[in-house]
Structures are given as structure tokens and as C-alpha cells.
Design a protein around this ligand. Sequence first.
Ligand SMILES: [Zn+2]
Length: 393
Amino acid sequence: MTIRLYYNSSYVTEWETKITKTLERDDGWYVLLEESAFYPHGGGQPCDTGTINGVPVLDVISEEDEVLHKVERLPDGTTVLCQIDWQRRFDHMQQHSGQHLLSAVCLKLFGAMTLSFHLGIDSATIDVERPELTLEHLSQLELEVNQAIYDNHRIASYTVSEEEASRLPLVKSPTVTGNVRIVEIENVEYNACGGTHVASTGGIGMIKLLRTEKIRGNTRISFKCANRALKEFNDCLGIIGKLSLKFNTGKEDIVARVEKWEQEEKQILTEMAALKEQNDSFVARELLERQESGLIAHQFENKPLKDLQSLAIKLSSLTNNPVLLVDLTDFKVVLSHSGRFERACGAFFKEHLGEYGGKGGGSGTMAQAGFGTLNEVLAFYEFAKAEFRSSIS
Ligand SMILES: [Zn+2]
């Protein structure tokens, strides 16, 4: 049986102990220790990392009454010096204690029980039994949890018998039988929990609630405590700083500037659409004047497919002759007519595209296709031109 040092104190970071057993499993070597402060995965909290006699600990799991430490390789000797990655562990302690406090305040304010807790690398979440929480609820919750942090309630952990536990006003009945470990936040709550916690709520530093989402009729709250919250704040400041520079204004005016920008963009798009329409009319007139043998065919550079299509539609509204347009930049072809011409555009494409490596299709009066190379698109264009000319003459 491993003596779990983290049960008595979350602040043990370095200790000497003996290796009691080593195991070789399919995924690597495991070491069992007489005493361990390494926290194994459990209760929503990820495991600790660190070293055993300088050898990195990769994973820590709990199996019955033993703690198994997965190591990079077997450490030398039987008496070993163990060290915990304190930065990682302390962060976990802050997030986990923050979670207890957040859950306790959520229960007190809204009667919403916490159903689950997940401590991720970036942020942590709790799922609470309530279909939704408004922004006002969140803001009230956040203020009250932060107040409880400033109040610096002592956090104590101890083990009691099942019978003693049954007399405590526990948040939830314990899932374990026999002795129960209690984490008590003085004047706030008693919770059956095996995790590691800071010594008093002041150690959480601060809490920032980030967002909520609906999960199976309940609400998931994402939050960050301590340095994670500070980092979030700094990241946001960095983004705001960049936006301030781009818009050459203070943060208070950024939203107004973006809204103005949106309006200007809308106006530009409207003006551009009108200019395109004018340009299409001009080009259409030119092409109509220059048409030979009843076919309008023209090559463009840099004309997007939808512009080719709108020009083709315009031309087909002015003449009954077929219209064949090609873009030599993106290798696109459009064929259209008013409906007075006997050959169906889509059927013609379907029949001949394959021979030229093109892909596309369309209706009786409008078809479009794309090609992989300039040679292919030009070859198809010339072929289609010749075909339509011969069917006109
Ligand atoms: Zn807990």
C-alpha cells in the first residue's frame, strides 16, 4: 500500500523514499513507492509529473491502494529522491480549489448542483444542473466567488469514518465506502474529494468565468483561476493593443470604428456592383458589335467565374446567339444562350468536357466548366467555338 503524502499536505514537493516494486507493462516501466506525493489522475484533476532520482515521471495512476508511477526508465538504487513539478501541481491546486468555491457559490445562489468537473490544459469546466445561466447570473457568480477568494477561508482536508461522514453536511454523498476524505472550505462547504487544494481560498488568486454552453439540458461553465486568468487577460490586452494600433484609436472606440468600417465596406460593395454592371453593359455592347458568324466568343484574363456568368447572362438577354466566354487565369469556361438556340449547353459540356480534361455541367441555357491547365482550357474553347460556328452556319 502506498502512503499518499498528498492526502495530508498538498505542499510536499520533495521527499526521500524507497522503491517497493517495479513493473514492466506493455506501455513501459512502472515504479511503486513506499510514500508518494505524486497525485494520480482522478476527480477531474490530471496527474502530477516530476522526477524519481532524476528520471522523468510520465504518468501516475491509482490502482486499488497503490500509486503507480510510469517512468522513462528504471531509476538507480532503491532509496530515491522524488521531486514534483510544482508549477504544474500548484496550478492544478488553484484550479481545483477554485472549482470547489465556484460550485459552492453556484449552489448557494442558484440552487444548481455541479454534475462534473474537468481540468484541461488551457481552461477548466464544470457542468451545472441548470438549463441556462444569463450574463447577469455569471457576473453575480464571478463577483461572489472572487469575494470568497479575498475572504481567504481556510481549506482543510482530513479523513473521517463513513459514519462521521454521514453526519457532515456534505455537498454530495461520497462514492467511496469506508473512510472518506473531506475537503472543507471553512464557513463554505464540506466536500468528499481526494484532490489537492491550496491552504486557503486566497491561494486561488482570482477567478474569471469565460463562457457558458448548453450540454444535455445542463450548463457548462468554462473558467480560469490564478495565472491562467492573468494570461487570458494579457492575451486579450495584446489583441486589443494590436486593434488599437490598426484603427489608430483607444480601446473604447474600437467597436465604433469597426462598425463604421463595416458601413463603408457595404457602401463600397454597392458602388462596385453598380460599376460592374456598367462595365458589363459596355463590354456586352462591344462584344455584340464584334461578333462573327453569329457566335459571341471572347477570352478574358482574371475574370472570376461569377463575373463570366453574369456577363454571359447579360449577353444572352441581348441576343439569341450563343455566348462562349473563357478566363485564362483560372481556366474557366462559360457557355450560354437565350433558349432560342437548339443545342443544350449542359449536354454539350457533358459530352465533350472529358476529352479535354474539364469538369463541370449546367442547364440547357447555361453551363460552366473548370480545367487544370491553360492548354486544356484553350483547346476546349477552340473546339467549342468551331462546333458552334459549324452548327450556326
Ligand atoms: Zn474536488
